[in-house]
Design a protein around this ligand. Structure first.
Ligand SMILES: Cc1cc2nc3c(=O)[nH]c(=O)nc-3n(C[C@H](O)[C@H](O)[C@H](O)COP(=O)(O)OP(=O)(O)OC[C@H]3O[C@@H](n4cnc5c(N)ncnc54)[C@H](O)[C@@H]3O)c2cc1C
Length: 626
C-alpha cells in the first residue's frame, strides 16, 4: 500500500498524466513494441428464455425450478464451474429452517422464529416478508435436497425423522446438520438433468434493458476473452457476495475459505443499471479466527465446532464457554415459552459475541494468545465436530492439513485465534439489492436471489435455496408470458468488447493485483472499524485514482481478474459513500462513526438505499423497516 501511495504521490496528478502508458510505472508490464493485437475478441450472440447469472446455490436452484417440467430454454452462466463454485464450493454443513414437524411439537411458531431473527441476528434490520419466504419454505427444499441425493437422516439420531438438528441461529434448534460436502456436485447434476444449458467460465459484466424491462446481459469468457451477448426474456441475478474488499491475512486472495471469485459483480452490474442497493455500509469488522499455522479460518463456538468448543486464553481462562445440545427426550413433553427462551438465548449470544469481539482489543493490550479449545469434548463430540468440519466450506482440506501435515489432534491441540478474517459484505448485515416481495427488482423481469438480495442478515444458504427456487419459478412464468424477445441494443456488448480489447492489447499498464491491493489497503485505512467523514471522503478521492488506473492484462484470465477489480472498485465506492451518509453508530452491526458515536434509532433505524444516477452522481433513500 505504502509503496503505491508513495508512487502515487510522486507522480504528476492524474489529469496531467492522463494515461500511465506514457510514464514509467514500477510494475508496468511491457510487451514488445509493435506487437500486433494479441487476441481478437469475438462477440457471441445467444438467445435464451431464462438467463441465470451465477451458478452458486441460488443460481442452481433457480435453474432447476425454471426448467422443471417446462418447455423453456434456460441458460445458467457461471464465472467458475458450477461443480465447485461460490460460497458452498466444497460444501456447507448447516441449513436453518422452520421445521414444522419439530417446531410445532415444541410450541414454537414461525413468528417466534422471525422475532428471534429480528432481535438476535438482524438487530432490527430484517425484512420480515422475505424472512417468511425463506424460513417458511426451507423445509420443503430440504426434502428436495434429499431427493437430489444429499444425506440428512442418520440411524443413530434420536430426533424425529432421524435428522440431526442443532442450535445455531435461534432460541431453539433450527439448523439441519448434514452431509453437505457434495452439495454443488449434486445440484449441478440436477441442473443438467433438466436440460439447462450451463455455460461455465463466463463472467457476466453488464445488464441490458429496453424501455425499463430486462432484455439481456453481457459477459466475458474468462479463458477466451470472448464477449457473450445474451438476449433473454427474464433474468435471475444470483452472483453472491463480495469477499475482496479487504486484504486477506495470508496475503493471497485465493488462500482462504472465502471464495475469491466473489467480487461483487452483481452489485456493480445492478448499480450501473440504476438499481438500489441497501445496507452496503455494514461491512463486517475483522475478527480473529482459529487458524493454527495456516491462515484460512474455520468454525467457532455456536457454529461448526459446537457443542464442545470454547474460547480460552493461554492460562486456560474461559472467554466463551461451550454449549449444550437440546435434550430431545423433552420434545413433545415440554412447551417452549418463546419469550423466556429468547431472553436466555439473547444472553448467551451476548457472551459469545462479546467474548469473540473482545479478542482484537485484548490483543492490542498485549493479552493472549487465545485458543479454540476442545479439550473438554467427549470422544463422541469430537467425532461429531470432525464430521461437521469435513462437510463445511473447505473443511475437508483443513482437516487433511491439520491431521496429516500438522499432526493435529482436535482434542489435544487447541487452535490459536490469530490473523483475521477478511471483512465481508453480505452475510452479517445482508447488503444487497432491494427487491419486491416476489424477488423482482425495479427492472421488470429481472429477479434476484440469495446473497445478492439485501434485507435478511444471515439468510446464508437457506436464503439461497429458497429465494433461488422462487426466483426461478417467477422468471420462468414471466418468460412464458412474454411472446417475443425485446430488441436488445448491441451498444453495451460493443463497448465491453472495446474495453476488453484495449486492456488485452495495451503494451503498458497496471497489473490487476497492484490495483486490488491499493483498494483493499485503502478500505482498511479510510473505511476501518471506526469511520469518520474526513477519512471517508479522502478515501473516495483516493479511490478515483484506482478507478482511472490503466489496466493491462496479458491473457483472458488476467482480463477476468481486471474485470473483478473493477467491480471491487464499484463496491468500495458504494461502501464509502453510504458510510458518509449514515450519520450514526450501530455497534451491533459493526458500524462505528467517530463523529456520530451514538446509535440514533429515531433517524436511522431504516435501510439506507443507494442508487446511481449516472455521471458519478448518487441518490440516497431511507426505507422504513416493516
Ligand atoms: C466457507 C463458507 C461456509 C459456509 N457455510 C455455511 C453453512 O454451513 N450454512 C449456511 O447456511 N451457509 C453457509 N455459508 C454461506 C452460504 O454458503 C452462502 O450464503 C450461499 O452459498 C449463498 O448462495 P448464493 O447462490 O447466493 O451465492 P454463491 O453460492 O456464493 O454463488 C454465487 C455464484 O455466482 C458466481 N459468480 C459471481 N460473479 C459472477 C459473474 N460476474 N458472472 C457469472 N457468475 C458469477 C460465483 O462464481 C458463484 O458460483 C458459508 C459460506 C462460506 C464462505
Amino acid at each position: 500500500m505504502l509503496v503505491l501511495w508513495m508512487l502515487h504521490d510522486s507522480l504528476p496528478s492524474i489529469r496531467e498524466r492522463g494515461n500511465s502508458d506514457r510514464y514509467p510505472v514500477s510494475n508496468a508490464r511491457r510487451i514488445p513494441q509493435g506487437e500486433e493485437i494479441l487476441i481478437a475478441l469475438k462477440v457471441l450472440p445467444i438467445e435464451t428464455e431464462v438467463l441465470i447469472i451465477g451458478g452458486g446455490i441460488a443460481g442452481c436452484m433457480a435453474a432447476i425450478k425454471a426448467a422443471e417440467g417446462k418447455d423453456l430454454r434456460v441458460t445458467l452462466v457461471e464465472k467458475s464451474n458450477t461443480m465447485a463454485s461460490g460460497c458452498a464450493a466444497s460444501g456447507i454443513d448447516h441449513i436453518w429452517s422452520y421445521i414444522p414437524p419439530i417446531h410445532e411439537k415444541m410450541g414454537y411458531t414461525i413468528e417466534d422464529m422471525a422475532e428471534d431473527h429480528r432481535q438476535g441476528i438482524a438487530f432490527g434490520f430484517l425484512r420480515k416478508d422475505l424472512f417468511y419466504l425463506v424460513a417458511g419454505t426451507m423445509y420443503e427444499r430440504v426434502l428436495d435436497l434429499e431427493r437430489f441425493g444429499l444425506q440428512f437422516r442418520y440411524d443413530n439420531s434420536n430426533i424425529p425423522g432421524k435428522f440431526r438438528i442443532v442450535s445455531q441461529f435461534h432460541s431453539v434448534p433450527t439448523s439441519f446438520n448434514f452431509d453437505g460436502k457434495l452439495l454443488k456436485l449434486k445440484l449441478t447434476q440436477e441442473v443438467k438433468r433438466r436440460g439447462v444449458n450451463i455455460i461455465n467460465r463466463v463472467q457476466m459484466t453488464d445488464l441490458i434493458t429496453t424501455h425499463g424491462q430486462i432484455s439481456g446481459a453481457v459477459g466475458v469468457g474468462t479463458r477466451t476473452g470472448d464477449i457473450y451477448f445474451i438476449k433473454a426474456k427474464a433474468i435471475v441475478l444470483s452472483s453472491g457476495r463480495s469477499n475482496r474488499l479487504s486484504r486477506n491475512p495470508s496475503g493471497v486472495d485465493f488462500n482462504t475459505r472465502l471464495p475469491a471469485p466473489l467480487s461483487g459483480d452483481g452489485t456493480s452490474m445492478a448499480i450501473r443499471a440504476g438499481l438500489p442497493i441497501i445496507n452496503i455500509e455494514f461491512l463486517s469488522s475483522r475478527l480473529l479466527s482459529p487458524c493454527g499455522n495456516y491462515c484460512p479460518n474455520y468454525g467457532d463456538p455456536r457454529n461448526t465446532v459446537q457443542p464442545a468448543a470454547r474460547i480460552t486464553d493461554d492460562k486456560g481462562n474461559v472467554i466463551v464457554p461451550r454449549t449444550q445440545f437440546y435434550n430431545w427426550e423433552n420434545l413433545g413433553k415440554e412447551k417452549i415459552n418463546p419469550v423466556e427462551a429468547r431472553r436466555r438465548w439473547l444472553e448467551d449470544r451476548k457472551i459469545w459475541r462479546g467474548g469473540r469481539a473482545s479478542l482484537p482489543k485484548r490483543v492490542s493490550q498485549g493479552e493472549g494468545p487465545f485458543y479454540l479449545d476442545l479439550s473438554e469434548a467427549t470422544d463422541e463430540e469430537i467425532d461429531y465436530i470432525a464430521w461437521s468440519i469435513r462437510n463445511e466450506g473447505k473443511g475437508t482440506q483443513f482437516m487433511r492439513y491439520f491431521e496429516e501435515e500438522e499432526g493435529l489432534d482436535l482434542r489435544k491441540n487447541s487452535q490459536e485465534y490469530a490473523g483475521w478474517a477478511n471483512r465481508e459484505l453480505a452475510g452479517t448485515a445482508a447488503k444487497g439489492l432491494w427487491v419486491a416481495r416476489d424477488l423482482e427488482t425495479e427492472i421488470k423481469n429481472l429477479f434476484a436471489a440469495g446473497d445478492e438480495v439485501g434485507g435478511v442478515p444471515w439468510a446464508a444458504s437457506p436464503g439461497a435455496f429458497t429465494m433461488g427456487w422462487h426466483a426461478g419459478e417467477m422468471a420462468a412464468q414471466r418468460a412464458m408470458e412474454e411472446k417475443a424477445f425485446l430488441a436488445a441494443s448491441d451498444e453495451i456488448p460493443n463497448v465491453r468488447k472495446a474495453i476488453c480489447s484495449e486492456i488485452l492489447n495495451r503494451d503498458r499498464g497496471f497489473y490487476w493485483r497492484e490495483v486490488e491491493l491499493y483498494v483493499q489497503n485503502l478500505m482498511d485505512f479510510y473505511c476501518g472499524d471506526v469511520r469518520g467523514e474526513g477519512l471517508l471522503k479522502r478515501g473516495l478521492e483516493r479511490l478515483e485514482y484506482a478507478r482511472k488506473a490503466t489496466f493491462k492484462a496479458d491473457n483472458p484470465h488476467e482480463l477476468s481478474r481486471v474485470l473483478e477489480v473493477m467491480s471491487i472498485i464499484d463496491n468500495a465506492e458504494l461502501v464509502l459513500r453510504s458510510s458518509v451518509e449514515r450519520k450514526e453508530s450501530r455497534p451491533a452491526l459493526d458500524y462505528r462513526r467517530s463523529d456520530y458515536p451514538e446509535q440514533d434509532d429515531r433517524n436511522w433505524l431504516a435501510f439506507l438505499a443507494i442508487r446511481g444516477e449516472g455521471d458519478g452522481r448518487y441518490a440516497f433513500k431511507k426505507i422504513p423497516i416493516k
